[in-house]
Design a protein around this ligand. Structure first.
Ligand code: F6R
Length: 238
């Protein structure tokens, strides 16, 4: 991976937004892989500043909680609509989130995979990384070849995401997530991480053994990866 240590999250957002803008300039209907959580927010902010026309861009979210009431504001469908689709002017009909077709959850993964394939695959995947080393919601122990499926969130991830809910008991226990194999199929990966809490996971992902015990380490198997980290998140790199 190409590791870029940036001065700030804003700087990382600008670099990632430039990548997206260049992609969309050459392919106006590019397929973007969308992450949620806090990490990608500076990317969306920088893209908005650039005023790039994203009206033909197609999008596939990495993951979605299971068990939230339909339309819950913390569902990733709501988050993507609020943080990405509306402010950046994407066409909501061109943006998908796992399980958003209302079909049976058991086969939602296979349907999502088929939709990504039908779109011609993801051109550029934006990734955050969890403290556990997860990408998407592929927690430690996930198969390196995994595809979109139902997973159980770890207690650590539920605690980290409790900030978006009233109490930790409101954080869902299960999710649908693109698999590690699905993520590796994207033509380009841009992983961002900020803050000391991510330093261990970043070091493992970039320099550790490729292992299911640190799922983000699969990025080492991909030929086109950029890792954008601030000084704190880079703190454990050698
Ligand atoms: C979100 C996702 C997760 C997050 C990760 C980091 O769609 O798949 O892997 O990227 O949990 O979350 P933040 O950015 O909130 O620290």
């Amino acid at each position: 991976a190409e590791v870029v240590i940036v001065g700030s999250a804003v700087e990382a957002g600008a670099i990632a937004a430039d990548r997206i803008a260049a992609l969309v300039a050459r392919k106006p209907d590019a397929v973007l892989g969308l992450a949620t959580g806090s990490t990608p927010l500076p990317v969306w902010a920088a893209l908005r500043e650039r005023g790039v026309d994203l009206s033909r861009v197609r999008g596939f979210a990495l993951d979605e909680y299971l068990g939230l009431p339909p339309g819950d504001p913390e569902s990733y469908a709501s988050v993507i609509a609020r943080d990405v689709v509306e402010p950046l002017g994407l066409d909501p009909a061109l943006v998908r989130v796992p399980g958003d077709d209302g079909g049976p959850v058991e086969t939602a993964g296979a349907r999502y995979e088929a939709a990504i394939r039908a779109a011609g695959g993801v051109d550029l995947q934006i990734l955050g990384i969890g403290r556990t080393g997860h990408i998407g919601f592929n927690e430690p122990g996930s198969s390196l070849a995994s595809r979109t499926r139902v997973k159980t969130l770890t207690d650590a991830t539920r605690a980290d995401n409790a900030r978006f809910f009233d109490t930790i008991d409101d954080v869902p226990r299960h999710c649908l997530t693109q698999g590690l194999g699905t993520i590796l199929d994207a033509r380009e990966l841009v992983l961002l991480a900020f803050g000391e809490a991510k330093a261990e996971a970043v070091a493992g992902a970039v320099e550790g053994p490729v292992s299911a015990s640190l799922p983000g380490s699969v990025i080492q198997l991909h030929p086109e990866v950029t890792v954008l980290v601030d000084e704190a998140a880079a703190g454990r790199l050698r």
